[in-house]
Design a protein around this ligand. Structure first.
Ligand code: SF4
Ligand code: SF4
Length: 310
C-alpha cells in the first residue's frame, strides 16, 4: 500500500491546529555514520552566524504556512537551548524578533529576550517588508529562523542536534511537533504516531499551501523540512477541478504580482519564451494561487513543474 501512494500533487486547503503542547520524540533508524564531536558540530553551526557579525539580526518565529506554526511549543520546550543560541547571536548582532500577530503566546515568551514585532503572517513572503518593519536602516540585516538559533544553542551545549517538524493529517495521531534526527524517515514518523496504512492516501512534505508529495516513505526526512501531512480522504475532500471562472483571485493574491492562470496556460501551450516573459521563473512557489482558486485548479503545482522545464 505504501508504495502506491496517490500521485496527485494537489495539497489540501484544510487548516490545522496543534493539540499537543509537548514535543514528541521519534526514534530514528540506527545511525552508522561517523559521529562528529560536539566541538566540530559547534564550529560548523557557529560559522554561518559568525560570518554575519556586525549586521542587524531579525529572528523569525512564524511561517505564512498555516500548518507549520509549531514555534510556540518549541520555544517553550527548548528554552535552555534557545537562550544559549541567543547569547551567541547577541554577541555578534543587534537582535529583534518577529512573530505572527495571531500568535500572542510566543510574543509574550520572546519579550524576555528583546523587541518583538507582530506582523501579518503574509509578511513572511516579503523579505524587504519584513526587514523595513524592524529596522529603519535596511542595509545589512540578516534574517534567521528561530529554529536555527535553537540548533546553534544545542551545538554549543554539546547536545544532540534536533530538527523539529509539525505533523498533521487523519492517518496519524498527529497535530503535534516532533523532534527528529538526521536519519529519521517518513515511515519512522508514521509508525511512531500509530499511522494507519489502510486509510493513508497521500503524504506531503512541507506546508499545506506548497508542500511536495512524498512517494517513498523509506526516504530520510530532509533537515530543512518543517512539516509533514499524512492525509486521508477526510483531509482531501475533493480532487476534482473545474474550468477557470476568471475571478482574478489568483492574480490578486500573488505576492510577486504575477498572472498565475496565464502562466499555467502558457505552460500547457508549451510557450516557454512567453512563460519567461510573463515572469514565470519569478514564482516563489508559495502556493497561494492554488489555495484561493475556487475552481480547485493546480496552478502553483503546474508553474512549479513548468519552471523545471525551462
Ligand atoms: S505560487 Fe507563484 S504564481 Fe502562485 S501566488 Fe505564489 S508566487 Fe504567485
Ligand atoms: S483563481 Fe482560479 S478560477 Fe479564479 S482566475 Fe485564477 S485560475 Fe481562474
Amino acid at each position: 500500500m505504501l508504495s502506491n501512494l496517490f500521485s496527485n500533487v494537489n495539497v489540501t486547503n484544510k487548516l490545522f491546529t496543534l493539540n499537543d503542547a509537548k514535543i514528541f520524540k521519534t526514534l530514528a533508524k540506527e545511525d552508522n555514520s561517523e559521529e562528529l564531536s560536539a566541538k566540530e558540530i559547534d564550529e560548523s553551526l557557529s560559522l554561518p552566524f559568525e560570518k554575519n557579525k556586525g549586521k542587524k539580526a531579525l529572528i523569525k518565529a512564524f511561517s505564512f504556512q498555516p500548518n507549520l506554526n509549531g514555534y510556540g511549543v518549541i520555544v517553550k520546550e527548548r528554552k535552555e537551548e534557545l537562550e544559549k543560541g541567543l547569547e551567541k547571536i547577541k554577541s555578534l548582532n543587534e537582535v529583534k524578533f518577529v512573530v505572527s500577530k495571531k500568535d500572542k503566546v510566543i510574543s509574550e515568551d520572546l519579550k524576555a529576550y528583546g523587541d518583538v514585532l507582530r506582523v501579518s503572517p503574509m509578511t513572511d513572503l516579503y523579505e524587504k517588508k519584513l526587514i523595513s518593519k524592524a529596522y529603519e536602516d535596511n542595509d545589512d540585516v540578516v534574517i534567521y529562523d528561530i529554529l536555527d538559533v535553537i540548533k546553534l544553542g544545542q551545538a554549543l551545549l554539546g547536545k544532540d542536534i534536533e530538527s523539529f517538524i509539525t505533523v498533521y493529517g487523519s492517518a496519524v495521531n498527529g497535530n503535534k511537533v516532533i523532534s527528529i534526527n538526521k536519519n529519521t524517515t517518513y515511515k519512522n514518523v508514521f509508525e511512531a504516531l500509530d499511522g494507519k496504512e489502510d486509510i493513508l492516501i497521500k503524504v506531503i512534505d512541507g506546508g499545506s499551501l506548497n508542500g511536495t508529495p512524498v512517494y517513498d516513505l523509506n526516504s530520510v526526512i530532509k533537515s530543512e523540512s518543517r512539516g509533514i501531512l499524512y492525509l486521508t480522504d477526510k483531509d482531501v475532500p475533493s480532487n476534482k477541478s473545474y474550468s477557470c471562472i476568471n475571478c482574478s483571485k489568483c492574480l490578486r493574491v500573488c505576492p510577486e504580482g504575477l498572472n498565475p492562470i496565464k502562466l499555467m496556460d502558457l505552460y500547457k501551450r508549451k510557450e516557454k519564451e512567453e512563460f519567461i516573459k510573463f515572469g514565470g521563473n519569478k514564482c516563489i512557489d508559495c502556493g497561494l494561487c492554488s489555495f484561493v482558486c475556487p475552481a480547485n485548479l493546480e496552478i502553483a503545482q503546474t508553474i512549479k513543474t513548468a519552471k523545471k522545464f525551462n
